[in-house]
Design a protein around this ligand. Structure first.
Ligand SMILES: Cc1cc2nc3c(=O)[nH]c(=O)nc-3n(C[C@H](O)[C@H](O)[C@H](O)COP(=O)(O)O)c2cc1C
Length: 211
């Protein structure tokens, strides 16, 4: 089994990367392969709402000049997905949000590419804004019929300078518990899915509250 993690920071060894690595260490202990992708320094345009991905049905965004389509396929191939973002103005970092909007829209309108994968989110923050950031990241996971493990607190680690979150003992433990719970639910699903087949997808009912 494999988990792919996305580091929304421009720093490859910053607090978001350290937070993802803390979860990864627990997954690896359980024999689960991990891979981290660094998002923050890429040039990623936001969704232009062209709906080309709805029309084309090719599991791809029509904007082709960045790695988003490659990452969509990596997520499709993985068993678990970890989303990590630094807190920027109490929210998800901009480049990360551009990537997630496009990738999860493509997934949604192409039959639910990430359905029933295990997914979790973490945020790195100096002081305030961790909770709204994790909540925003969780929206992608819960929109997609993914299975979300939790921890013994909300998945936020504190630090300013790169690596400072290593001194946040409580934050470290939260992420370790998250990693253990994620590994456990992934193994349970892997061993039980033949005996208990997953429910099939439903055609979405769309009501826009005006008709
Ligand atoms: C543009 C920008 C906005 C930030 N906004 C916040 C904020 O709203 N609240 C906060 O506590 N820290 C804020 N920070 C600090 C970062 O969240 C913190 O340093 C975090 O550990 C960075 O993670 P990284 O090392 O993975 O980049 C901000 C940093 C930057 C660069």
């Amino acid at each position: 089994m494999k988990v792919i993690g996305f580091n929304g920071s421009a720093k490859k060894r910053g607090n978001t990367a350290c937070s993802l690595n803390t979860v990864f260490a627990q997954l690896e202990k359980a024999g689960i392969e991990t891979e981290m992708i660094h998002v923050g320094k890429e040039k990623i345009q936001g969704c232009i709402a062209c709906h080309g991905c709805v029309k084309n049905q090719d599991e791809a965004c029509t904007l082709k000049d960045d790695p988003v389509n490659e990452w969509i396929q990596k997520m499709k191939a993985a068993d678990g997905i970890l989303l990590g973002s630094p807190v920027h103005f109490s929210g998800v970092a901009g480049t990360m949000k551009s990537f997630l909007d496009r990738a999860f829209f493509v997934s949604s309108v192409n039959g639910g590419l990430f359905r029933h994968k295990v997914g979790a989110a973490v945020a790195a923050v100096r002081r305030s804004g961790g909770i709204p950031t994790v909540n925003s990241l969780n929206h992608y996971i819960t929109y997609s019929e993914m299975i979300m493990p939790s921890s013994n607190y909300w998945n936020v680690a504190h630090g300013l300078t790169p690596g400072e979150m290593e001194q946040d003992g409580e934050g470290k433990q939260i992420l370790e518990v998250l990693g253990q719970n994620m590994a456990w639910i992934m193994r349970v699903i892997e061993h039980g899915k033949e005996q208990f087949p997953a429910p099939g997808p439903v055609a979405k009912t769309m009501t826009n509250f005006i008709r």
